[in-house]
Design a protein around this ligand. Sequence first.
Ligand code: IPM
Ligand code: MG
Length: 360
Amino acid sequence: MTQSFRITLLPGDGIGPEIMAVAVDVMNQVGSQLDLSFDFQEALMGGVAIDETGSPLPDATLATCKQSDAVLLAAIGGYKWDTLPRHQRPETGLLGLRAGLELFANLRPATILPQLIDASSLKREVVEGVDIMVVRELTGGIYFGEPKGIFQSETGEKRGVSTMAYTESEIDRIGRVAFETAQKRQGRLCSVDKANVLEVSQLWRDCITALAADYPDVELSHLYVDNAAMQLVRWPKQFDTIVTGNLFGDILSDAAAMLTGSIGMLPSASLGAAGPGVFEPVHGSAPDIAGQDQANPLAQVLSAAMMLRYGLDQPEAADKIEAAVSTVLDQGYRTGDIMAEGMTAVGCKAMGDAILKALA
Ligand code: IPM
Ligand code: MG
C-alpha cells in the first residue's frame, strides 16, 4: 500500500527555488520506487514572502507547516532585504518558524565525503574520516532571551541588550537529544560552554553532567567554547557528537561545516518534541549566483534524505538518496563550488539529472 506524506516546501530566495526543484524530482523518483507518495504544498517564506505579503513568515505559511508531516526549506535572504527593520528581515522569519514549531534541537552533521577531501582547506590527514554531529539548542539562549532591545540609557547614550538565559528544562531536553544521538553514533559526547565566565553556562554544565547518569554508555566531556573552536581546526577527529547552546552552536557549526571544504554539501535537521521537523541545507541563498543554474543542489537533496530518515521514518528512501549522491560524486560530476581538476563541471540541473540517473 502506498504511504503518503504531506510536505511543506519553502523554496525561499536566491538559489532556493533551483535547488528545491532538484530535491522534489529526486523525492518523487525515490517515492515511485518505494511506493511512497508526497503531497507537496509550497508556501512563502523569507524575502519572497516580504515582497508578496509584507511579512517574512506569513501566518498562512506557519499554519501550512503545522499541518504537514515535515517541512523542507531551501534558503532565505538576500541583499535586497538586508536593510529592512529587524522584524521584517528574512532571518526573523526563520527564527519565527523555529519558535512557532518549537524546534529546539538542531542537528548539523559535518561529514567528510572521501571524494571531496581535497576541497577542505585543511590537510588530508587532519580531515580524513571526520564525522561530527553538532547538536545545537535552537529556541533559547541569547537568540530569544529577555530583556532584549536597544534602549536609551540615563546618560542619553543608546545601550544594546541581549540576554543569554537557559532554564533547567531547556537544557535537559536538548541534553537528552544529544545523549541519544551520541548513543546511535560512537558514544562520545562533548558539551561546549563558557562555564569559566558565564553563570548560564555553569547551569548548562551542571545539568548536562547530571544527565550523564542516565546514559552510562555515553562518554561525556566538556570544553570551553574558545578551546572547542581551536580543537575543531586542530584535530577534528577527536569529536563525535557535540552539544551546545544556540549562539555557540551557530558559530561552531559553521566552523565544523567548513572542515568538509564545501558548505554546499551539508544538510541539517531541526526537530521539536512533537510536530513536523524542518530540514534545510546549512548554506545560504547565494544571491550572487541565483538564477544562473550554477548552484550545488546536493545539500538540498541530502536535506530531503535527512527528512526521510529523521522526520518521516523512511530510512530506506534516505539510504537510496545518499547512495545516489555518492555515485554521482564517484562519477566525477562537480558543481563550481566543489570543482577539481579532472572532474566534470555541471550546473544545478545537470547535477539533478545525474542523481535521477543514478537512482534509476
Ligand atoms: C543559521 C543561521 C541563522 C542563525 C540566521 C540566518 C538567523 O546563521 O541557521 O545558522 O543564526 O541561526
Ligand atoms: Mg549560522
